[in-house]
Design a protein around this ligand. Structure first.
Ligand code: NDP
Length: 293
């Protein structure tokens, strides 16, 4: 079994980006600038946004966080998005999800100008991804694809089973890996809450990608010996022995599954750091104005 070290791969990617940013900021007179909209006080969302800010600083990018109260109206939120859309000094804009229930998330995502949509969630960018056109790929699926590439895992003709069909992970990663492209060309099966015989299907996977949102649900009985397992899951479990008061677990029962695999991602240190690397790549693309409106 070999661990896929997402932390190390992401650090390498960020180092290369930092060099490019340094050159470009001299030519252009300002660094790339990412804006994040954070609504409410959800501790997990606050941590994700803080990590994104930290990574921006590491590569020499500027970041601004627009912190909004939980009870902000949809209208006010849309106004702020419009304001950022029109600010030429801001290259990328992300809206940290989930939003409070009284706000229509689809409407908010559609309000971000596609050129600044570095999360790749806008319908225009999703459409471009499906068609294989230049776009901002959503960060987690892009991160998974880069992990497979940098670890030299052969994907062509392999059976890839994706568990979970969310718009931000499962569905886009299933599309990316099924495309006729380098580091793709998998035969993909997309599983979800209504799938029958899930463990039998997973057991046929050469590459198993798990984004199910259920802590340690995938046990040894879901795994074909020698498979590659990518665990997207992220769960905070109370742990008084840790300084933070919690430890992180994935959707995969690591201790049981790892000995059966050829490659596996750990949690933390697997997909998480690659998601942030994906966002940084997209912010650089936005700054270089590589994606049309
Ligand atoms: P969602 O909750 O949006 O989607 C979960 C999916 O899993 C749904 O499609 C659901 O099916 C399916 N599902 C749930 N239970 C079962 C089950 N028992 N059997 C089969 N399918 C099931 O999750 P996300 O995609 O947003 O996130 C998944 C996990 O990844 C979470 O733990 C999240 O925290 C983590 N995450 C980590 C990131 C990172 O950077 N590391 C980034 C994003 C997410 P149905 O559609 O039928 O309801």
């Amino acid at each position: 079994m070999e661990l896929i070290n997402g932390k190390e791969i992401a650090a390498q990617i960020k180092m290369e980006i930092a060099e490019e940013v340094q050159k470009l900021r001299e030519e252009r007179g300002r660094p790339p600038h990412l804006a994040a909209l954070l609504v409410g006080n959800d501790p997990a969302s606050e941590t994700y946004v803080a990590n994104k800010e930290k990574s921006c600083a590491e590569v020499g990018m500027l970041s601004s966080v627009y912190k909004m109260p939980e009870n902000i109206t949809e209208e006010e939120l849309l106004k702020t998005i419009n304001f950022i859309n029109n600010d030429d000094e801001i290259d990328g804009l992300i809206v940290q999800l989930p939003l409070p229930r009284h706000i229509n998330t689809s409407k908010v995502i559609a309000a971000v100008c596609p050129q600044k949509d570095v999360d790749g969630f806008h319908p225009v960018n999703v459409g471009r991804m499906v068609l294989g056109q230049p776009t901002y790929l959503p960060a987690t699926p892009m991160g998974i694809s880069m992990l497979l590439e940098k670890t030299n895992i052969d994907t062509e003709g392999k059976h890839c089973v994706v568990v979970g069909r969310s718009n931000i992970v499962g569905t886009p990663v299933s599309i990316l890996l099924s495309r006729n492209a380098k580091n793709a060309n998998c035969t993909v099966t997309l599983c979800h809450g209504k799938t029958r015989n899930l463990s039998e299907i997973c057991k046929t996977a050469d590459i198993l990608i798990v984004a199910v949102g259920q802590c340690e649900m995938i046990t040894g009985q879901y795994i074909k010996e020698g498979a590659t397992v990518i665990d997207v899951g992220m769960h905070r479990i109370s742990d008084p022995s840790k300084k933070s008061g919690y430890s992180l677990k994935g959707d995969v029962k690591f201790d049981e599954v790892a000995p059966l695999c050829k490659y596996i991602t750990p949690v933390p240190g697997g997909v998480g750091p690659m998601t942030i690397a994906g966002l940084i790549i997209n912010t650089l693309k936005a700054y270089k104005k590589l994606i049309e409106n």
